[in-house]
Each structure stands twice: as C-alpha cells, then as structure tokens.
Design a binder for this molecule. Structure first.
Ligand code: ZN
Length: 244
C-alpha cells in the first residue's frame, strides 16, 4: 500500500493547502480517504479525479467532505468531454440521511452506506471501523491489504478502544489537533500525548500526526509525542508518501 497525504489541516486549509484527504493506492486501485476543502485541487498534483476508484468518508464535517461537490463536478465535466467513467462509489455512514443523500449525484457518484459492525471490502482493501468520540458520528478505519495495516483515527478524542483497534499497525495516521498541555476531549480531538500513548500502547511501527492545529509550532507536536512513543514519528504534509 502506498499512502500519500493530500491535506493535513484540521478545521480549514492553510492558504494553497488542504484539510483532510489521503490517497491510498494498492495494485492500481486508488482510494481517497476523506475529501476536505482544498483536496480536489491538491490531489490533482498527484492524481486527477478521473483516476479515482472509490472514496471513503469518516464523517460529515466540512474539513472532511467540503470538496465532494466539486469532485462530482470534475467527474461530470470529464465525462462530457468524453472520458468514459463509471459511477464513483463514495462509502460513508448513513447516520445523517441528508448528508448521505448528497453523495449520490446523477450517474456520476453513488453513495454507499457502510455497516460499521462489518468488514467492508473495497478493491484490494479490507476496512474495519471504530466509532470515535467526536461531536458528530465519526468512524476510524483499520485498512488492511496483503498483510499490511493502516489505521486512520479520523477525528477522535482518545479512548482505550483505539489500542486493540490499532494493534501492531504498520502506520498509525493519528489526528493531533492539540498540544500536550491542552485537553482536546471536549472538542472531540486528541493531543500530542494521546497520539504518542496510543502509538506506544498499540505497538505500531510508525506514527504520523495529522489534522494539525493552526496555532503554535507544529514541530513541537512531534517532540511531545516522542516523549510517549519510542518509534518513528512524522508530521503529515502535502505530498508526503509512505509505502507499507
Ligand atoms: Zn470533525
């Protein structure tokens, strides 16, 4: 599996960057994980919208779904221009029926509800879900292919269920919206210590901090997490790739 960070900002994108979006590729299958603001623009530096095979969404906050509409437009316009395109499946939970209904657009995209209690197969990937502690219904994902494991926390306050869920992952893509001296629980987010403790407790091979805050020196997040996790840590940044 190859993971590419498209956007790493929490809440909204910095100028010329993107909020949550990650491209996961394996055996020629291109899966976009979350599609926040700026993602369609930044993704095209790596891959055009026509080349996607599926999208999966953790929840319906704008910094995770804002670019779904323009992704639909891009596929619609490319179709008119003669690019043969099948409807693009967009997997998401259906707890919010209005938001879910917008994922289906003409024959361009098709919303597909995942059942969080069941393992979902998408192309070469097997996806398991964990309900997170966040102000709206949100699911973390454990994605496996050919014996390799990526865990994406999505937006989440720390909870102990994350430890078995993330166990022995090759890469933990962990949200980190706060610094160690801040308590993110009420906002439904983790801080740098939470991320480090989770990585250490779950014995993951690598920790990547994402959903980054717009305040403070984000390099400090890495230093703080390193007080709790002895393995390698990276800060997510656009274009950064990881091969699992
Ligand atoms: Zn959120």
């Amino acid at each position: 599996m190859k993971l590419t960070v498209i956007g790493q900002w929490g809440g909204y994108p910095k100028a010329n960057e993107a909020s949550s979006g990650y491209l996961l590729e394996h055996k020629g299958f291109n899966l976009l994980i979350d599609c926040g603001s700026g993602v369609l623009s930044k993704m095209q530096e790596i891959l055009t919208a026509e080349k996607l095979h599926a999208v999966i969404l953790s929840h319906y906050h704008p910094d995770h779904i804002a670019d779904i509409g323009v992704l639909q437009h891009a596929r619609f316009i490319q179709g008119i221009l003669g690019v043969p395109l099948d409807p693009l499946p967009i997997y998401a939970h259906s707890d919010h029926p209005y938001e879910f209904s917008k994922l289906t657009y003409k024959k361009i995209t098709e919303g597909k509800a995942y059942v969080p209690q069941k393992t979902l197969k998408i192309g070469p990937f097997r996806v398991q879900f964990l309900l997170t502690s966040h102000p709206v219904t949100c699911y973390a994902m454990r994605i496996e292919a050919d014996g390799k494991v990526l865990v994406y926390t999505a937006d989440a306050a720390f909870k102990s269920d994350f430890i078995p869920f993330s166990k022995d992952a090759d890469l933990l893509l962990c949200e980190c919206n706060f610094y160690c001296h801040q308590d993110g629980r009420n906002a439904g987010h983790m801080n740098s210590y939470d991320a480090g403790i989770l990585a250490q407790s779950a014995n993951v091979k690598k920790l990547v901090l994402t959903h980054l805050p717009h305040f403070g020196n984000i390099e400090n997040l890495k230093k703080e997490s390193a007080q709790k996790f002895t393995g390698p840590i990276d800060l997510a940044t656009h274009g950064l790739t990881f091969t699992l």
